[in-house]
Design a protein around this ligand. Sequence first.
Ligand SMILES: Nc1ncnc2c1ncn2[C@@H]1O[C@H](COP(=O)(O)OP(=O)(O)OP(=O)(O)O)[C@@H](O)[C@H]1O
Length: 571
Amino acid sequence: MSPSISIESAAIMFSNHAITEIPVVFEGCIQGVVSIYELFKSLKTGNVDESVATIMHHHYATAFADSFMHDIHQVPVYVVERSTGKLVGELTTKELILFQHYLTHTLKQINEVVKWYELIFDTAYEGLTVVDDQGVIQLFNQAYSRYVGVAKEAAIGKKADEVIENTRLPVVLKTGIPERSQPHRLQGQNLVVHRIPIWKDNRIIGAAGILVYEGVSEIYRVIQKMEQLDKNSKVDRPLISSDNTEMGTVKFEDILGESRSLSQAKKIARKAAASSAPVLLTGESGVGKEQFAKAIHDASTVQSGSFISVNCAAIPDGLMESELFGYEKGAFTGADREGKPGKFELAHQGTIFLDEIGDMPFNMQAKILRVLQDKKIERVGGKKSTSVQFRLITATNKNLQQMVRDGEFREDLYYRLYVIPIHIPPLRERMGDLPILIAHKLQQLAKHYNETEKTIDQQVLQWMKQHHWPGNVRELMNVIERLFVLTDGDHITFEHLPDSMKESFFLVKNKSKTRSHIHQKKELIEEAAKQEQEAIEQTLKQVQGNKTKAAKLLGVSRSTLYNKLARYKKL
Ligand SMILES: Nc1ncnc2c1ncn2[C@@H]1O[C@H](COP(=O)(O)OP(=O)(O)OP(=O)(O)O)[C@@H](O)[C@H]1O
């Protein structure tokens, strides 16, 4: 009610609504509260014409509209908007009772669902357990209890290694690497287990342990059944794969890694795949540039065409033109009698991937530019030109911009390539991707060598985390394969390795430290050279190019200045 309302009118309001308290509101905001007690008092004194503002009190409770119900400790409470302070409602005993009803109903429903989950969890033949990030058991089903011989109630709340013999769940919590299909001996029984880390918001929040088979003999029966299924399905399988590349189809999901920088690169690449714009992939050797190029092709509209990969650094300069544009018969001595199509022709209606584009000889760069502009090629020794349509992806581990500045790479070609640049970060800048890459490779190797999956020791993992990985993912993959092959057992440790390899591990470790010192020194030298070059250029400008004067000003001999100028031209 408004503050100007008379006490008499207020009394009517109270009796009409059978309430004991009414807020006094001005311009939407609460000014005070009139209670039935104050009203009676003033009715008795006969001041019925006075406004309610004269008898209102200020001992009332408010809550913001976005507060939680558990923050409400008394009723009535007036609900106001946080930003404007305007009154929007009131919570009374009635609303509280309604809320309690709602809570009881929801709780009942949740209990029902939890009961079902518990039932499923306990009915499963597989032993299932879940530990939190401290390795404390949170869930433990009946089957697990049977295998371990510890009651569920006794296990929950205890550390996994106090309850489960030889458990590696604490290790999985530390490494984040899943260990699948591992043999495990429990209570004298041979079992197969999975140990899976549980990730949330880039952090391991727990791990699940799953005992898969009741007995190892069960596995043999399953394998026999699978072999039979395989035999049956082979009859229907096509004999020739439709894939036309060595790599097979690459999906973006095959590019493993969840670090922010790699996810960002994948996001741009996905968008690029939907367009036909040229993509320039940059990054060190072995970071996965070719994998990205193939994934872009396989997700693009030209995916049914060929993916032609050309490593520009691997082709001798003299052969570059005929490799890229092809040649007609008899074009030069030793040429195929029938002639040969070039890579651009082969990529017609597909994708051409020019890897190491920074190594493209300068004279060839103009020819490439022409193909990109005209979309026409002419074979070596040929007279007619052929139209070609292709999607262009290039890659380099060099600084093309610097090469343009140094006159080693054509600026016009650079801008033709630099439409959608995607930088793939080196592995050392996204070490968080290590576990997923290691787990994937171990799984792949187990399949390839037809062996059980091997696990990796913490010490080896520690080394891997400290290593500089100059060869990036390629180097990582090779190291894991070497370890997998050299380890006889199921667990890869330093001890299992031949001495030569252990030494090389430590050597690489020390070398990477030294390398970083060398790197720092190199940077300092480069910086000094840059400054010197700038000083020479400025001085020459000052003396209008007169080298004798410039040498004098710089305090060096003329021949030293000439030597320096010659060197910087080369840079
Ligand atoms: N994120 C990744 N997930 C899985 N495998 C990867 C990943 N990155 C690279 N690889 C693997 O590492 C190896 C090297 O990758 P790729 O050849 O694509 O690198 P690159 O940058 O093109 O190297 P280079 O510049 O030397 O040609 C390949 O076997 C590739 O499958």
